[in-house]
Write a protein that binds this ligand. Structure first.
Ligand code: ASP
Ligand code: CP
Length: 319
């Protein structure tokens, strides 16, 4: 694997391998000393031109726990604020001997473009409204662990033909228009073999969504009853100019995971949200903090999955 730019670029065998190695990495998170020599001598630069809590921190932890040298570059503190282009910035840092760039950028396609300029490996940590492939991988990791434990089994590595997603239904609900998380999840879940139902008001549906190969509806209640996983998406106000729905109250009534809807989840069904959450808008605190919420499991999975992704890109043997 040279770069990780899109969840759609990953074969079933690659997804399986990433999730299986992540399972190994997951055991390290429970240890008092979290250190492997795997990436000693390798340099990973996190370049975040958009804000982040989870992705940036977990990539930094993932690199550090595998003994890589990790460096953070942000838009504000770098010479991009003096007008240096993204291309010149990338070429400059690449010339220093960087092994891997983890890039988040506000423009869709910017990360793929950057990958074309450098010798180093590149990971897309979110580009505009386009993709966020490591989010979809960590979501799959958390879901798979949930399915295994709901079935009473131990978490275990999977085979490409037996990955736990066949026959499962995942509803992805909310601001689909501005979400890179939904795009990466649809691509990844298509390869994993689950059924995806997309739920949103018509104003928050991306153009061409009918070609994504998913069921699309504005009836959240019907989707809720059919789903093993209900993934709520944040209303991305920072990307909205103008009104996409009449009032926050009406949005919550029709598309929020309220306490009433929480009570109507299928037995064994679980709740996901990539974070950050707008509590009280797309998700109630009752749902976010419920026993069947995987939200913090997703966060935990973020470190293991990103360790596995860096390992797959940069090589080395896991201990
Ligand atoms: N944190 C995710 C992203 O950066 C989802 C969100 O911001 O709502 O795409
Ligand atoms: N889920 C996610 O990408 O969170 P951050 O924006 O905080 O990194």
């Amino acid at each position: 694997m040279r770069h990780l730019l899109s969840a759609g670029d990953l074969s079933l065998a690659e997804i399986t391998s990433i999730l299986n190695i992540a399972e190994e990495m997951h055991t390290i998170q429970g240890r008092p000393i979290k250190k492997l020599p795997t990436l000693r001598g390798r340099t990973v630069i996190n370049m975040f031109f958009e804000d982040s809590t989870r992705t940036r921190t977990s990539f930094e932890m993932a690199g550090k726990w595998m003994s890589a040298d990790t460096i953070n570059v942000t838009g504000k503190g770098s010479s991009t604020s003096k007008g240096e282009s993204l291309r010149d910035t990338m070429l400059t840092l690449d010339a220093m001997g960087t092994d891997c760039f983890v890039i988040r950028h506000g423009s869709s396609g910017a990360v793929a473009q950057a990958a074309g300029w450098v010798k180093a490996h590149v990971v897309n940590a979110g580009d505009g409204t386009h993709e966020h492939p490591t989010q979809a991988l960590l979501d799959a990791f958390a879901m798979r662990r949930h399915f295994r434990s709901a079935e009473g089994g131990q978490s275990r590595t999977m085979e490409p033909g037996d990955n736990g997603f066949e026959g499962k239904t995942i509803a992805i609900v909310g601001d689909l228009l501005h979400s890179r998380v939904v795009r990466s999840n649809v691509l990844l879940q298509r390869t994993l073999g689950s059924k995806v139902i997309l739920v949103a008001p018509p104003t928050l549906l991306p153009t061409g969504v009918e070609q994504w190969g998913c069921e699309v509806t504005s009836d959240f209640d019907a989707a809720l009853e059919a789903s093993d996983i209900v993934m709520m998406l944040r209303v991305q106000r920072e990307r909205m100019q103008g009104g996409f729905f009449p009032t926050a109250r009406e949005y919550t009534e029709l598309y929020g995971l309220t306490p009433e809807r929480l009570a109507r989840l299928r037995p064994g069904a679980a709740i996901c949200h990539p974070g950050p959450m707008n509590r009280g808008l797309e998700i109630s605190s009752e749902a976010a903090d419920a026993a069947n919420s995987l939200i913090l499991d997703q966060v935990t999975a973020g470190v293991s999955v990103r360790m596995s992704v860096l390992y797959h890109l940069l090589g080395g043997s896991p201990e």
